[in-house]
Design a protein around this ligand. Structure first.
Ligand code: GLV
Ligand code: MN
Ligand code: MN
Ligand code: MN
Length: 413
């Protein structure tokens, strides 16, 4: 039986069918999605999103960095809209739920309101934020960050992907440079539904995570410089090999995170120059992703990694730099929005718990400019950023129902 709120029930089957239909746009052989920011698949899913929202009578506006805002009028359109939404871009080997669920559940809420001819007090808005993943253009949460004033348009435009294509070139190529000025669309509050991307809800048998905040995240570029030389004729003692130094740093990053309870750190990319079998590597570039709910712990772990890098460089006869390229501090969500989520889940009878997000989300930046909260639902085995990522039909439906009720609860306050 579908659970009801305000006499309005979302249609979980319709939501599921949207999830499966859009999963074909960039669908991979292993059942995931590859829909890189501002690529051809992103254009196709954006076109689909726009058409669906317009068919519900929403006006769809696109801003200068491609953020898409679908607005359903309310009784008092002078009020800033209550927003739902997330992102439609994916990791290179992404799953079917990360981001997409929050957008399509918001669409399902709009459909439910539309079918019931339900008039909200404030307008309700569904947003598709550009480049949440940060995998084609670093950093993550770029579109929501621009909207919140964390980054400016020039910063966004000059981001480059691995092939040297700029954000500006990519957005023009898919014709998604909109007219709406940066940050000019007001937000009264924002609710983002997302899969947990971790194992806690599933392990504890909870259906809903009431997200109280997002942990802090820092990204770094590491450059290690040694000297290229002949693999056959350079004695071991005379080498300045960048790669063993990089390998030692990878282990040092892991050790620094393990030494700080609650910290997680990842070296996700490594490039070796010149990349020839019989040339001793002269340079190595690595990325580091470091996260913790406490800013002081991030400082301490960062310092430990810096010290390790200095010691490794001395030992290997190379030089190294660690550059912080992104810092998203820990974010506490708004007590009023959290209460709307908790009340919604409680009145629907779902098992729930409070949870801090380990992953980054657009809500983390929107929280700087509007009251914000998030809703999590479990994902199988806690697996995400993987083509095998999975979430159940029931949990997706439950999350969408809580989203609708939280929005309506907030609208009534
Ligand atoms: C993006 O999905 C992140 O959490 O890094
Ligand atoms: Mn996501
Ligand atoms: Mn993601
Ligand atoms: Mn994310």
């Amino acid at each position: 039986m579908t659970k009801r709120a305000n006499n309005l029930s979302i249609d979980a089957k319709r939501l599921w069918s949207d999830l499966m239909e859009t999963a074909r746009i960039g669908g991979t052989a292993k059942g995931g999605i590859r829909r890189l920011t501002l690529g051809e698949e992103d254009r196709r899913v954006r076109d689909w999103f726009r058409a669906e929202c317009e068919s519900l009578g929403c006006s769809v506006h696109v801003d200068e960095v491609g953020n898409m805002f679908a607005i359903r009028p309310g009784r008092n359109n002078a009020l800033p809209p209550i927003a739902m939404g997330s992102h439609l871009d994916t990791q290179p080997t992404g799953g079917k739920f990360d981001g997409v669920l929050g957008v399509l559940a918001g669409l399902e809420c709009l459909r439910t309101l539309h079918a019931a001819d339900y008039e909200t007090h404030a307008p309700v808005m569904l947003v598709n934020w550009t480049n949440e993943e940060g995998s084609r253009f670093a950093p993550a949460m770029l579109g929501s960050g621009v909207h919140a004033g964390v980054f400016d348009r020039t910063y966004a435009d000059t981001r480059k992907d691995g092939e040297g294509v700029s954000f500006a070139e990519a957005i023009e190529a898919i014709s998604y440079r909109g007219e709406v000025g940066i940050g000019s669309t007001p937000i009264g509050a924002m609710f983002e539904l997302h899969i947990e991307q971790g194992p806690i809800l599933e392990a504890e048998g909870d259906t809903i995570g009431v997200v109280t905040g997002v942990q802090g995240m820092r990204w770094y570029d590491v450059e290690i410089t040694g000297r290229e030389s002949h693999a056959g004729s350079t004695p071991m003692a005379m080498r300045r090999d960048a790669l063993p130094a990089a390998a030692a740093l990878v282990l040092a990053v892991q050790a620094a995170a393990r030494a700080c309870p609650g910290a997680v750190a990842t070296v996700g990319t490594i490039a070796v120059h010149p990349g020839s079998r019989n040339v001793i590597p002269g340079a190595a570039s690595l990325s580091v992703d470091l996260r913790h709910p406490d800013a002081g712990a991030l400082d301490g772990t960062e310092a430990a990694i810096e010290q390790a890098l200095a010691a490794i460089c001395a030992e290997h006869g190379v030089t190294g730099t660690l550059t912080r390229i992104w810092d998203s501090p820990p974010v506490p969500f708004d007590p009023g929005c959290i209460a709307s989520v908790r009340d919604a889940a409680g009145s629907l009878g779902y098992r729930m718990r409070d949870i801090v997000s380990g992953a980054g989300h657009d809500a983390a930046y929107i929280a700087r400019i509007a009251p914000t909260a998030m809703i999590f639902v479990p994902c199988a085995g806690g697996l995400s950023h993987n083509e095998a990522e999975d979430a159940s039909f029931e949990d997706c439906g439950a999350g969408a129902q809580v989203l609708l009720q939280a929005v309506l609860d907030y609208d009534r306050r």
